[in-house]
Design a binder for this molecule. Sequence first.
Ligand code: ADP
Length: 250
Amino acid sequence: VEGLYFRYPGGRDVFGGVEFSVDKGDCLVVLGPNGSGKTTLLKTLLGLEQPYEGSIDLFGIPLNGFSDWSRVAYLPQNTRLLNPHFPATAAEVAALGLLSAKKFPRRFTELDMEKARLALDKVGLAARADSIYGELSGGQQQRVLLARLLVGEPELLLLDEPSSALDNDSRGLFFSLLDAINAEGKSTVIWITHDMGEAGKHATKLLYLDGKMRFCGAMGEFCRSNEMERLLGPFTQHTVCHMHDGERPK
Ligand code: ADP
């Protein structure tokens, strides 16, 4: 991302001067106060919103020429987007995560359904694959949506506040799944969170957004940054850093 500036029509700049790069296997955590433009930034990466200045490349390809969306998965803040009464089985909902890779006619094959069942197995729901989605509990529905997110083995995951969208059990499971795919070096993650402890455990890089990009750098630089200590306070800064070292904050 280079020199990115964004404003909504008739509004002021939401953010400006955003510049960063993410390497394969990185986990970039995006921090910043409410309204600082974090969700908008993720949407510009997906081409859902247009910056008025700057450029974005995905996998080395300029965004306006990029079409291989099966490599990218997005978990929006509001996971209630899917109607809970959707008349499909858990396996069929999980398989929806494979649709972006398909050309017309967009039909599921036996292999797709097998992948969906494997994904449900990873989220502990193998036994409910044939259950109607709307008849599962709220927490189980969240797990089906995680299976849908991961079923296509995306190389880039864009996550908007997964901690607020998921209940406690699903959240723990989700982060262990993320760590597992990250450890295999398969996935790159860009992740908005308010959860400083989780940020510290998983981040390789941090970006702090507040009207402009106030910080972007590796974990070690973040922990030594006077600017971050000034903005977040020493306690929060050290919460992130101690969790990163595997220690519990005092
Ligand atoms: P964050 O994710 O950091 O909370 P957002 O990206 O959601 O911030 O919002 C950044 C700013 O843009 C906020 O002031 C918000 O009110 C405004 N905003 C968000 N979406 C729209 C929209 N569709 N139209 C106009 N303004 C918007």
